[in-house]
Design a protein around this ligand. Structure first.
Ligand SMILES: *Cc1c(COP(=O)(O)O)cnc(C)c1O
Length: 332
């Protein structure tokens, strides 16, 4: 089976499982799990932040980011299609009383800075208090240019706003641009990134920021039921992933590029160029449901126009997918 639905479907490999089984553990709510402490220090180090926090999911990391930056009656600005706004069950509004101000992403996955400037609220008691601007990197498989981030930093500074990055695929962005993750992260006050996607862990995300910020986030995590005990078994997977599964994301990107080019060659149009591990088919140009149903008969799973490469898709699998797509084209 070749599963291209998402990079969340990766399963822990033998070496990662061995690291988990032999992990040193302790009670993390007491701060005594050496593996968790080590992973949190490594996450801080690789992102250039003071401190890190192991959280259960990217959703929890982003929610802690919102709750820690914002008070009740504050507002955060995020993309209309941003995970934080659209796919996290409205947690900031439900649990934090934080009003979202969504804005469309442009074709590069950015919030247009002129539009952003227009939605930032002046200090007037009619309005919620604009507090935070969230970005996503990669956004729909697109890495954000550092020059754009610099302009975003300048604008948020002008208005005294905080900056949070939903970096679920932070390392895809860094590897694709051949820069250190810290180059991206230094432009944000806080960053969440997923261990459970391209990095291949069974569970977990990290939130990083200043020590003071992470101390406050840790209280929110406890309140949300996220204080875990011998979490070192999961942290060990994260440590393994940061050591072994970051640089290899380049293979996923090369596989996605080859898949995208091969599909385009056979007339299955892409909606946009492949930049990292996602191939976006143009749903107006091809019948994606028919393709999905055909591929399912070959044990290849896609769920829609987005095909995602990851740790459990080998270069040889790309050949299998391309030849199945060629058969699909010939049969029509
Ligand atoms: C997957 C993802 C998250 C977090 O998802 P969880 O399933 O909660 O770990 C956050 N943001 C983006 C952009 C994502 O793709």
């Amino acid at each position: 089976m070749i599963d291209l639905r998402s990079d969340t479907v990766t399963r822990p490999g033998e070496a990662m499982k061995a690291a988990m089984i032999t992990a040193e553990t302790g009670d993390d709510v007491y701060g005594e799990d050496p593996s968790v402490n080590r992973l949190e220090a490594m996450a801080a180090e690789v992102t250039g932040k003071e401190a890190g926090l192991l959280v259960s999911s990217g959703t929890q990391g982003n929610l802690l980011g919102l709750l820690t930056h914002c008070q009740r009656g504050d507002e955060y600005i995020a993309g209309q299609e941003a995970h934080t706004y659209r796919f996290e069950a409205g947690g900031g509004a439900v649990l934090g009383g934080i009003q979202p101000q969504p804005l469309a992403f442009n074709a590069r996955g950015e919030l247009d800075l002129e539009q952003l400037r227009r939605v930032i609220k002046p200090d007037d008691f009619h309005f919620a208090i604009s507090r935070l601007v969230c970005l996503e990197d990669t956004q729909g498989g697109k890495p954000l240019a550092l020059s754009y981030l610099d302009d975003y930093v300048a604008l948020t500074r002008e208005f005294g706003l905080s900056r949070h990055l939903d970096g679920a695929r932070l390392f895809n962005a860094a590897v694709a641009q051949q820069i250190a993750a810290s180059e991206i992260c230094k432009r944000f006050d806080s960053v969440s990134f997923c261990l459970s996607k391209g990095l291949g862990c069974p569970i977990g995300s990290m939130l990083v920021g200043t020590s003071e910020f992470i101390a406050r986030a840790r209280r929110w995590r406890k309140m949300l039921g996220g204080g875990m005990r011998q979490a070192g078994m999961f942290a060990a997977a994260g440590i393994y992933a940061l050591q072994h599964n970051v640089a290899r994301l380049a293979e996923d990107h090369a596989n996605a590029a080859r898949l995208g080019a091969g599909l385009a060659d056979m007339g299955i149009a892409l909606a946009e160029p492949v930049q990292t591990n996602m191939v976006m088919l143009d749903p107006r140009a091809s019948d994606v449901r028919a393709l999905r149903d055909f591929l399912a008969t070959r044990n290849i799973i896609i769920s829609g126009p987005r095909l995602v490469t990851h740790l459990d898709v080998a270069a040889a699998d790309i050949d299998v997918v391309l030849s199945a797509c060629a058969d699909y084209g010939a049969a029509r």
